[in-house]
Design a protein around this ligand. Structure first.
Ligand SMILES: Nc1ncnc2c1ncn2[C@@H]1O[C@H](COP(=O)(O)OP(=O)(O)OP(=O)(O)O)[C@@H](O)[C@H]1O
Length: 400
């Protein structure tokens, strides 16, 4: 999955001292109204922050309190990545290269994303990511540690996710298949992470390459701000910017109405469930036409009673019928053509927790690792624990 092994002594001594607290550059320009709207949505609707954003500096940085998000110097970032050495690259996205490094001589690695100048994702998305994610801490979100804007760089520093993306474990991989219990837990965790933004549909949050896995297989969602920004209308929230092509995940209603809603996010998540079920990507361009789009293909196989033909062969026999039926029911309802027929986020989580319960009742006993990922829970108490955690998080969506 990753090309690198951990290098614990990468960072060495910091060549530059960390910036003094509260020394952000003075503002010379106000944020755009759009960005202000985004922040308003985040703080107002989600009720997430009592702290108010200050004006954004001309270099794109914002005056974030250092306890929320650290401002790294370029020297620190260079020291962490040995001057952006290719050997430290662990991934490439639309944003640019992602490096694995160590800051402050710390043992825990960090992921360092460096925006390439010609990136399709620009300064606005960079700021959105910082301003939204620095205010959010949730067990199922990848934490933003800090950023760097020295010398016009746009660099983001996140917690490092040692197990890579969910997609890395589903297809085109030499990784051993995940157990069904693990997959259910990952789906539940990912849904929880996405639900943090219930009031802000994100075009690309629910895709399997944005679902990352930490050392203990806990699912964490990434790339909120880097995907899309939202605007509000009188009564609805929708995304009015051009939606970046994510063929295969995009709500079919979007094509008709040109608006993303919370139910669009449910649709994207349903596609992830199909990926898990069938262990194949959302789109396979080389496949024959009817199989190209996974959601469409899964739907037609389900309609024709042929679903067993496309289920991941590794899972056959591992999933008990009731659990499979429940999972399929959730997946199919999520990818209903019409948003109104799709379940709510909370119903999706409840359904998945129930499926996990059915799975555990089935008596799978080879899933120690998956269950061990729930801290403080003995194996036979794990489902109960997940349910309690999840339902308390549904009541307190900030997970705090
Ligand atoms: N926090 C992280 N920890 C470990 N690896 C990461 C982390 N973030 C990203 N990666 C790796 O870098 C790759 C690229 O990630 P990135 O988020 O930049 O792009 P993407 O989400 O795949 O694409 P896009 O930016 O176009 O949405 C990921 O597929 C993953 O392998």
């Amino acid at each position: 999955m990753f090309k690198l092994s951990a290098n614990q002594n990468l960072a060495g001594p910091n060549p530059d001292p960390p910036p003094a607290k509260g020394t952000s550059k003075p503002s010379t320009r106000s944020r755009t109204p759009l960005l202000a709207t985004v922040v308003g949505v985040a703080s107002g609707i989600l009720g997430l922050c009592s702290w108010k954003l200050k004006d954004t500096a001309s270099d794109g940085s914002s005056s974030l309190p250092p306890h929320l998000c650290r401002c790294f110097s370029l020297s620190e970032i260079k020291a962490a990545t040995q001057n952006f050495s290719q050997t430290f690259i662990v991934g490439v996205g639309g944003f640019g290269h992602v490096y694995k490094g160590h800051v402050d001589g710390g043992v825990a690695p960090v992921a360092i994303k460096r925006l390439k100048p010609e990136s399709s994702q620009g300064a606005r998305e960079f700021k959105t990511e910082i301003e939204l994610l620095s205010q959010l801490r949730h067990r199922h979100l990848v934490s933003l540690i800090g950023y760097c804007t020295d010398k016009n760089e746009m660099i983001l520093v996140y917690d490092y996710m040692a197990r890579g993306t969910l997609a890395d474990h589903l297809y085109h991989t030499d990784n051993p298949p995940l157990s069904w219990g693990q997959q259910l837990q990952i789906c539940i965790g990912a849904r929880e992470g996405c639900a943090t933004f219930t009031a802000m549909p994100r075009a690309l949050s629910s895709i399997s390459t944005n679902i990352l896995l930490d050392e203990k297989w806990v699912a964490k969602v990434s790339d909120f701000g880097l995907s899309k920004v939202c605007t509000t209308t009188m009564s609805k929230i929708h995304i009015s910017t051009t939606v970046k092509g994510s063929f295969g995940y995009l709500d079919p209603e979007y094509y008709r109405r040109q608006q993303l809603t919370v139910k669009s996010d449910v649709y994207s998540f349903g596609v992830v469930l199909c990926e898990v079920l069938c262990a194949r990507p959302a789109v396979v361009h080389a496949a024959e036409k009817r199989q190209m789009n996974l959601a469409e293909w899964t739907k037609s196989c389900h309609r024709d009673g042929e679903l067993d033909q496309i289920i991941d062969p590794n899972m056959k026999g591992e999933i008990e019928t009731d659990c499979l039926n429940k999972f399929v029911e959730i997946a199919m309802s999520c990818i209903s053509d019409s948003g109104i027929e799709r379940p709510s986020m909370d119903d999706v989580v409840r359904g998945l927790v129930f499926a996990l319960q059915l799975h555990q009742n089935y008596g799978e006993r080879n899933d120690d690792e998956a269950f061990a990922s729930v801290p403080g829970c003995a194996m036979n108490e794990s489902v109960q624990c997940i349910s309690e955690t999840i339902f308390s998080e549904i009541n307190d969506p900030n997970g705090r």
